[in-house]
Design a protein around this ligand. Structure first.
Ligand SMILES: [Zn+2]
Length: 343
């Protein structure tokens, strides 16, 4: 695979004569960038380097910057209150640091780009076209590293590309739903289909593997490296980066207008599902070896995990098959090859 990428990168003209090929090229370029980025991630984003931020007095009493307009200020207050009630103070250093300089404006221009809201980490600025998206954007702000603006939640800016963008958007939206949207929903009301639905579902499964607390901590402290190390306990480096890349591709491509994207999205979905199932299986096996769960518990947890996948999903108005009988069979035989299941 790497040789293939190198070949395309070195000989782009051969491939650029059709749209399909240029599409493959862009995708391969993203892929090779991610591989080049690996070494960098390992070095940067060490949470130890982030100094503890002292919460300014005025934020402790009236925790909203005075310059914000009233409707925004009320929502920011609600955000801070909710996050404080639900997360330990040690997760909130970035948030309190960033609040001091946060810029927050209504900006209907971004709606033309198809966005309800946008957060720019370099400027610590939120622009809103729709007030409802404020909590999602505030989570981006709260999870931006106080010391390095290239680290944001579960993503990192490397060579102009946000590596981990798919996971970061998914987890930002998951927390927004958990603490703000779900609360307002009536018990029988179904979750509305919304942006990043697929990424949210992937993140729910990642929480099962990593644990909700740890995942929230990695996100809020912008510790992408910690997140990678944790998942790396149950997968090889190559599998892990292919997974991150798959979700990034889906997130990037669903906004593109191209019929060629469908195949790439389909392939990425297949890889993502395969990765989640195999990784969860390894995690359960590990827990069983360490005596945290019994064999029977591992089996029942594994089958509920499989059952929790929808059959079909909709991404950008197109339906994709998520998990076919065949896929399960394929994944199980892969696992079996690696590791005979004890009966
Ligand atoms: Zn977002």
């Amino acid at each position: 695979m790497n040789e293939f990428i190198n070949f395309i990168v070195e000989n782009p003209s051969i491939f650029l004569h059709t749209i399909t090929a240029s599409f493959i090229y862009i995708n391969a370029l993203l892929y090779s960038r991610i591989f080049a980025a690996k070494a960098m991630i390992m070095k940067t984003n060490n949470p130890q380097r982030i100094k503890k931020v002292i919460i300014p007095k005025e934020l402790k009493q009236e925790p909203v910057p005075k310059r914000l307009e009233l409707t925004h200020a009320k929502m920011v207050l609600e955000f801070i209150k909710t996050v404080r009630e639900n997360m330990p103070a040690s997760y909130l250093n970035n948030m309190f640091h960033n609040l001091k300089t946060l810029e927050l404006n209504d900006n209907f221009g971004i709606a033309l780009l198809g966005a309800d809201g946008k957060y720019t980490p370099e400027r610590n600025r939120i622009r809103l076209a729709n007030k409802k998206s404020i909590y999602h954007e505030l989570f981006h702000m709260a999870s931006r590293s106080a010391t390095d603006t290239r680290c944001n939640g579960l993503s990192q800016l490397i060579d102009g590309t946000w590596l981990g963008n798919g996971i970061d958007e998914g987890y930002t939206e998951l927390l927004t739903r958990r603490y703000f949207k779900d609360k307002k929903r009536k018990p029988n009301q179904k979750e509305k289909t919304d942006s990043y639905d697929y990424q949210v579902n992937v993140c729910r499964k990642l929480e099962k593997i990593i644990g909700q607390d740890k995942m929230t901590e990695y996100y809020m402290t912008a510790n992408f490296k910690g997140f990678i190390d944790e998942l790396g306990k149950y997968s090889t480096e190559e599998e892990l980066f292919r997974f991150i890349h798959s979700l990034d591709s889906i997130t990037y491509l669903c906004n593109e207008i191209s019929t060629f994207k469908l195949k790439t999205i389909e392939r990425s979905i297949k890889y993502t599902t395969n990765f989640l199932i195999r990784t969860y299986f390894k995690k359960l096996k590990q827990d069983q070896i360490e005596g945290k769960i019994t064999e029977a518990e591992a089996y029942s947890m594994f089958s509920s995990f499989i059952e929790s996948f929808d059959k079909k999903i909709n991404i950008a108005f197109h339906n994709y098959q998520l998990l076919r009988e065949n896929d399960i069979f394929e994944i199980m035989s892969e696992i079996n090859d690696e590791n005979a299941i004890k009966r």
